[in-house]
Design a binder for this molecule. Sequence first.
Ligand code: AMP
Length: 281
Amino acid sequence: MEIYKETSLLKQRLQKLRSQSKSIGFVPTMGALHQGHISLVERAAKENDITVVSIFVNPTQFNNKEDLEKYPRDPDADFALLEKNSCDIVFAPTVDEMYPTPDTRVFSLGSVAEVMEGKYRPGHFNGVCQVVSRLFNIVEPNRAYFGQKDYQQIAVIKAMVRKYMPTFKGEIVSCPIKRESDGLALSSRNVHLSPEQRQSALLISKTLFEAKKMADNKATQKQITDFIKRSIASDANLCLEYVEIADKDTLQPIANEYPKNAVICITVYDGKTRLIDNILL
Ligand code: AMP
């Protein structure tokens, strides 16, 4: 496995591989890697000749300074895990390497980026677009892999590519959420949970699975959201930030009383840790 910290060296290496007709699969991450990330790496390795993983905690997508400072970082453990798991090339730049000058670009993507995470984390998706567009320009992948754990992020990145990167040829591949055996969605942020909070966190996925059953049994949107609010409120460690039932493509509220082709997206504070999850209906 090769590790690059410099953009120019990585670009040279990838140019060589492309000239040998190698296809490139790309997995952008912020590190603190777990089996959710590895599931993307494995998929990329299966579908491409070369798998590139980036590890970069992107400051411009954090709207909260404390969250950025507290974000878990363990590059040596990440490199060791990637080495064991089908990764060929790691790109781990510094902030100065990625942003030699401040990125002042504003991505105007309309409603898909304005609801849910866009509303509660102002500036977050603009930062995501800044870093992902840079990474796409550096790596020029044939395919880029993203997890449905960050469901809205995939829709935003697709919209960004359509509008701002019309010559980008790579395919955006979305991959299913990887969960612990008890249902909790894997997340780098789970390391912040105390054993008691970890137990409480379980209620989030449990509530979503129950909500899906309700939808399958023809419950209305209101019945489902009322149930979710009640369920999350029943645990003293949890505080619901939002729950939305949205169109699975546009992420906008759906008109139909009985949700289908929809996604339920939920964000919950478990103590101070902000956890997101979702389920497709
Ligand atoms: P992050 O390091 O949190 O920015 O995540 C990097 C990529 O891994 C994103 O595309 C995430 O959606 C994806 N990812 C994170 N957690 C999971 C998970 N539990 N299952 C599947 N993909 C995930």
